[in-house]
Design a protein around this ligand. Structure first.
Ligand SMILES: Cc1ncc(COP(=O)(O)O)c(C=O)c1O
Length: 389
């Protein structure tokens, strides 16, 4: 039986060309990049070349604006906590206020919860039933002490894309000095993004969502934006992130982006067409299903659907037996029994949420994989519904 991996939003398989480059870095660059002798200098050059490439991929101003981290989560923590700490240090009498959408990843929401425990004020902005950000609520929540707004580029569970440019511009119109951070973890590799179009103050990336190694990420910090470090020690990463750099991880990210640069349009067209056809076939082949999130403004690689009368964990278990890997809600919460906070924010009833499954496709998915998946999903759904009849 084939294994069909339909969980690219949880993590992407490592691209073999990236693996080759990362293995070569591991083998040939073993010096500490902070050392001044030859082995160290060689490792430093490799890191700085990667930084330069990543800078140009997102159209940042200078490579110094890119800080390497261990993950998307770490980048997000550094952006949000770092901005709040810097504000607190400079404004000792004011309580900082920060804003995020209700559908952010837990990397954002739990960082907000941590800051709440330190007395920071927070506002969570809701979404419509289609996952659209309630703009009036966002704008009216901005206050004199608002330090930072964090709005993701695309949602990991539903694939709904936020109109980031418009949101960014409206926030800046109200308060120019609010820092705007965006979690772009699901955008890179799935949609085109350029800082020239949307001059964000801070944005976060994660290597393992775009075919690079797990355990590496990056944070873009616009020149002139001041944030405090949250990991203290050596002076790596301009003193903003102590710790010896993960050379293989960093190289894997720049190699992945290099591949993406050449493949992007062709790959996106192929994946979008496959995702659209997959959704059509599911709707055509199975009754009683509902698409979650936005019907149009979504990453087409992501199909989040609810199957009436079927519990998602049971269906996922059956799909696994048929060789299919997918997830219910966010993979980072696997095992947790709580209903998806993202789908709850859409106002869906619990039956719809409990029967929601996310399928997400990518570079190595084929049309045959999806045809097999549709027939397995249909078999699984009909079997489970028959048990309940
Ligand atoms: C939207 C989003 N943000 C942040 C993260 C966390 O990234 P990482 O796994 O690199 O910590 C994820 C991971 O699923 C994600 O989907």
């Amino acid at each position: 039986m084939p294994r069909i991996y339909l969980d690219y939003n949880a993590t992407t398989p490592l691209d073999p060309m990236v693996l080759e480059e990362a293995a070569s870095a591991l083998k040939n660059y073993q010096g500490n990049p902070s050392s001044v002798y030859e082995e160290g200098r060689a490792a430093r050059i490799l890191i700085e070349d990667s930084r330069e490439f990543i800078k140009s991929f997102i159209n940042a101003g200078t490579s110094g604006e890119i800080i390497f981290t261990s993950s998307g989560s770490e980048s997000i923590n550094l952006a949000i906590i770092g901005a709040v700490y810097a504000y607190m240090r400079n404004n000792t009498k004011k309580t900082p206020h920060i804003i995020a959408s209700r559908v952010e990843h837990h990397a954002v929401l739990n960082t907000f919860k941590f800051l709440e425990s330190l007395g920071v004020e927070t506002t969570y902005v809701g979404v419509s039933e289609f996952g659209e950000l309630l703009m009036d609520d966002l704008i009216s929540s901005i206050k004199e002490n608002t330090v930072l707004v964090s709005i993701m580029g695309a949602n990991n569970e539903t694939g709904t894309i936020f109109p980031l440019k418009q949101i960014f511009e409206e926030v800046k119109k109200i308060k120019d000095d609010v820092l705007f951070h965006s979690d772009l973890v699901q955008i890179i590799g799935k949609s085109c993004f350029s800082l020239k179009d949307i001059p964000l103050d801070l944005c976060s990336f994660s290597g393992h969502k775009f075919y690079a190694l797990k355990g590496c990420g990056a944070l873009y910090i616009k020149k002139g934006v001041n944030i405090d470090p949250i990991i203290h020690g050596g002076h790596q990463e301009r003193g903003l992130r102590a710790g010896t750099e993960n050379i293989a991880g960093i190289v894997s990210m720049s190699k992945s982006l290099n591949i993406l640069k050449n493949l992007m349009n062709e790959e996106l067209n192929r994946i979008n067409a496959l995702g659209g056809a997959f959704l059509d076939k599911l709707f055509y082949g199975i009754e009683g299903i509902r698409l979650n999130g936005h019907p149009v403004n979504r990453l087409k690689n992501t199909v989040n659907v609810s199957f009436d009368g079927v519990k998602s964990e049971t269906l996922l278990f059956n799909l696994d037996l048929y060789g299919i890997s997918a997830s219910a809600g966010s993979a980072c919460n696997a095992g947790a029994v709580s209903l998806s906070h993202v789908l709850r924010a859409h106002g869906y009833d619990s039956n719809r949420i409990e029967s929601a499954i996310r399928f997400s496709i990518g570079r190595f998915t084929t049309g045959d994989d999806l045809d097999y998946a549709v027939s397995a999903i249909k078999k699984g759904v009909l079997k489970l519904r028959a048990v309940h009849d």
